[in-house]
Design a protein around this ligand. Structure first.
Ligand SMILES: Cc1cc2nc3c(=O)[nH]c(=O)nc-3n(C[C@H](O)[C@H](O)[C@H](O)COP(=O)(O)OP(=O)(O)OC[C@H]3O[C@@H](n4cnc5c(N)ncnc54)[C@H](O)[C@@H]3O)c2cc1C
Length: 412
């Protein structure tokens, strides 16, 4: 493996040689109406068997490219990284994209959100235990934040952790936990001091998802698949050296994860994107509606807004590249993405009409139902549209704070 002074040219040659030896170049998919796959789903709609096979394949590929020096290009050498700048990471991604390799969605939450939090807040012992394994694909991590009564108001969460010697005992329920069914560890935020104001009595931990007392129950979504879960914790023991940050400082830990979450969703990661305008234009023509002035205008609107979102995303990425923290731009990015998905949904509904209600077998028509049914989930995941608007209003535009409802009088 080369050192951190390698030129981009030499790095690209090294990466290409590895890819040539270990993966097949992508076959150019036939483009145009009726050609290739018509799948446009936003969420994974797989059976458990298909999912397990995909996870195993993704892990094997990650292990292979980590061992060759491409698994954590920007990371510290102590954990198997190469300490190169993010331009090398982008170079690797652009080269890998030319080859047919297993997708990385299995690791989206673990590497996009949990691992950066571990790096920022975990004990040295926990960093040694987990960082290398996460980036090598030996382990998968999930995010255990939301609860039945704490989503947007995350600081209202109730799962408790109580200190017992040098261990914490965790009891409570989390919900909407994506990927918990195949995760080995989770980042959990618990209430450790109920007497403190709600943002102040929280602490973050790394919890072993295979520990006694952890129960994962799948939740089926309206699109058919079951990509997230309820997770129950019944007196689960967590060693104190698995704490993230200081006791009762969990809100700072949660914010680190949430900023990275918005960056990975709004920045175009996370396996989601709006459909290309050319695909929508093909749909319009195939349905014989290319002369409909209103639909043409809507298509132009989608194209313009997608381009604006792309440039906003690039601007935010440049900020990160310059060493600044992802900030409110990520909320704008997330909002722009879901607004464009909603525009696309409404356009497709108008173009296809009844064709999205029943599967006639016609290529590229009923397939859109999975996209349309997935959009509401995207508008909620990672912070709802309304919450993103509040953040943009208050922190970007400097508008007055959202009025808080009066606390309910005692006994009401
Ligand atoms: C696909 C998907 C994957 C997810 N994966 C995970 C995961 O892996 N881990 C995890 O911890 N969580 C996950 N979540 C949960 C997600 O973070 C929450 O659903 C989200 O934070 C919203 O919380 P809630 O569902 O409790 O809705 P609520 O917070 O109850 O909101 C209900 C409605 O009220 C509105 N609202 C709430 N507060 C305000 C306000 N102040 N101003 C204006 N409107 C408001 C909301 O916009 C929404 O329309 C996932 C969710 C989805 C859809």
């Amino acid at each position: 493996m080369a050192d951190s002074t390698i030129s981009e040219q030499d790095f690209a040659a090294e990466a290409t040689a590895f890819l040539e030896a270990n993966a097949k170049p992508k076959q150019k998919e036939e483009a145009g109406w009726g050609k290739g796959s018509d799948k446009v789903a936003l969420f994974a709609e797989k059976t458990r068997e298909e999912e397990q096979a995909e996870v195993a394949e993704a892990k094997a590929w990650r292990q292979q490219f980590f061992d060759a020096g491409f698994g954590w290009i920007t990371g510290p050498k102590a954990y198997g990284g190469r300490e190169l700048s993010s331009s090398y990471e982008r170079l690797w991604q652009s080269l890998e994209a030319k080859y047919d390799t297993p997708g990385g969605s299995t690791f989206g939450i673990g590497l996009g959100m949990v691992a950066p939090t571990i790096l920022a807040h975990a004990t040295d012992h926990a960093k040694d235990l987990y960082l290398r394994k996460l980036y090598r694909g030996d382990m998968v991590a999930c995010q255990l934040f939301s609860e039945p009564v704490a989503g947007s108001d995350l600081a209202g969460l109730q799962t408790k952790a109580e200190l017992d010697g040098d261990e914490w005992i965790v009891t409570g329920q989390k919900v909407w936990t994506s990927g918990a069914q195949y995760s080995d560890i989770g980042e959990i935020i618990c209430r450790t001091d109920p007497s403190l104001p709600k943002h102040k009595g929280l602490t973050g931990f790394i919890v072993d998802m295979h520990a006694p007392g952890v129960e994962v129950r799948p939740l089926r979504q309206m699109t058919g698949g079951a990509s997230f879960n309820e997770v129950f914790f019944n007196e689960v023991r967590v060693p104190d050296d698995h704490r993230l940050g200081d006791v009762n400082q969990g809100w700072t830990v949660a914010l680190t994860t949430l900023m990275n979450e918005r960056a990975s969703i709004g920045g175009g990661g996370g396996g989601v994107s709006t459909m290309g305008a050319s695909r929508l234009a093909d749909l319009l023509k195939a349905m014989g509606k290319q002369d409909d002035a209103v639909l043409r205008q809507k298509l132009a609107d989608i194209y313009i807004n997608t381009q604006v979102a792309r440039f906003t995303g690039l601007r935010a990425m440049e900020k990160i590249k310059a060493g600044q923290l992802p900030g409110p731009e990520m909320s704008i990015g997330k909002l722009a993405l879901t607004n464009n998905m909603s525009r696309t949904s409404r356009f497709v509904e108008q173009v296809l009409g009844a064709r999205i209600l029943a599967d006639t077998g016609e290529w590229g028509t009923y397939a859109w139902a999975e996209f349309i049914l997935g959009v509401p989930g995207m508008r909620v995941a990672g912070g709802t549209d309304e919450v993103m608007k509040n953040i943009v209003g208050e922190r970007v535009l400097g508008l007055p704070k959202e009025p808080q409802p009066e606390p309910r009088p005692a006994g009401a």
